[in-house]
Design a protein around this ligand. Sequence first.
Ligand code: X2W
Length: 287
Amino acid sequence: MKQQKMNRDWIATARTLNEALPYMQRYTGAVVVVKFGGNAMGDDEAMAEFARDIVLMRQVGVNPVVVHGGGPMINDMLKRLNIESRFVRGKRVTDKATVEVVEMVLTGLVNKRIVQAIMDEGGRAVGLSGKDDDLIVCEPDDPELGFVGRPIEMNVQVLRDLFDAGIIPVVAPVATGTEVTETYNVNGDTAAGAIAGALKADRLLLLTDVSGVKNASGEVVTAMTPEDVRAMTADGTIAGGMIPKTETALKAIEEGVRAVVILDGRVPNACLLELFTEHGAGSLIRS
Ligand code: X2W
């Protein structure tokens, strides 16, 4: 009995690979920016699974870029250091002490955890922040937020150089300013959108902890246009934490990204489901 079941699973695996061929062909050479939010990062096993998906993408000829968040990890460290923190319109008010912790946690702990996970799955990953090779140059986003940056200049050649070398870039959303020694904390979605826009990526996948954009009856909308998003925002269907994500999506599409998908990163193999199966996952936004 057991033997038979295993045989059936192998056949299903072979069929899945067979059916994935047209999708793999479609995405050969494509640039896919994956925003991996702190809330979408699970335990070590989930991290390994995510890393495996990214390595598989690279293996079949996709150029993935991972842009990560780490809000919950920053919160933990600020708490340990007894530094109070608050958010205004979804962004962390960032003073000098906070920006130091943000840079340490994101470029240190979180970035290296993802790099290591990709290496452990047999890929090649290099971690960098927006400071490296001036990838992301910012100006202050809003005086009320302190050292929170809004990207004004992107230098993505370093990412193309890494693609050519077969290396997966893993980017922490910390940036440099126009003045020397400035450090900016950038919202992870904003950084991912700016990178995807500058690369004119084929896909921007925003991995989060919700299943997608929901309509008034609470069902996930699987495909929508920027006009649909604007209408759903105007009538209040899209609200709260979803707004920064849909705003990022609209801006990225304006800058030339072909499509943006907002999906649940906690679903196993969410990236593969989206790219390599007919099923797709989450909400796809495209003109
Ligand atoms: C974020 C950066 C990390 C982030 C922060 O300080 O939490 C701002 O709010 P998630 O996990 O994607 O939320 N920056 C300006 O975006 O993390």
